[in-house]
Design a protein around this ligand. Sequence first.
Ligand SMILES: [Zn+2]
Length: 262
Amino acid sequence: MISKLQIKRILAAASSVWPKPVSRNVILLYHAVGDGPWAITNREFRAQMAWLRDEARIVTLEQALQGNEQPGLQVAVTFDDGYRCIYENAFPIQEELGIPGAVFLNSGLVGDQTRTPSDVSKGHYPGESFLLWHEVMALREAGWTLGSHGSEHLDLTVEPDAIVRSQLLGSKREIESRLSVPCDLFAYTWGRSTSHLRALVAEAGYRYAMAGYHAPVRANADPMGIPRINIAREYSLSDFKAIVRGDWDYLGWSQRAKDHRA
Ligand SMILES: [Zn+2]
């Protein structure tokens, strides 16, 4: 039996023959780095970051959202959910290589002293636990960007407006008061949005909202549906290189249709 991953690789190899634009601007989406069952290992993550440092211009998320005027590959690195392993594993590797990062926090799951364990039934990664506020503060002081992923990890495409508004505004206020920075970036849970949810996110005061599908960030991108490319544990280093270069962008057409509803 040929696996789904093998089919993706075959289609990617076929699409790699198309000429590439001279300039490419991508935002990568990670969740966990380390020993967790769905996490990318430290070794793989380091190899990916080292390749990016050599082959791309690595920028902050804010810079990526401003576009890419220069020729070549521009990349920003982001994480969703806000697991402890970002601070313990990804952060030291990125510090060593001089790579900035961004984390979209579930503000209601970040603890002061006590860690919240992840809960698979709520869509978290298995075997992880969430950051503490002093760790989030250390990331901010190191120049990382902190955005909102809601207070809890709810699917906001199906919740009533009152809950959606309290998730959007509550998390924004908490991040702003804890970190003394404006919080105007949001990431949809599971990358899912509807036109109604996108309007509520804008109404809550967010300037940009992140989705999750394979595509570069184009100059005319909808600010309420910025594409990010998910990097999964199952990808080899050569898959990763092909994904960043755009050979897997063909996947974006169906992913976007599935997650980005009218
Ligand atoms: Zn999430």
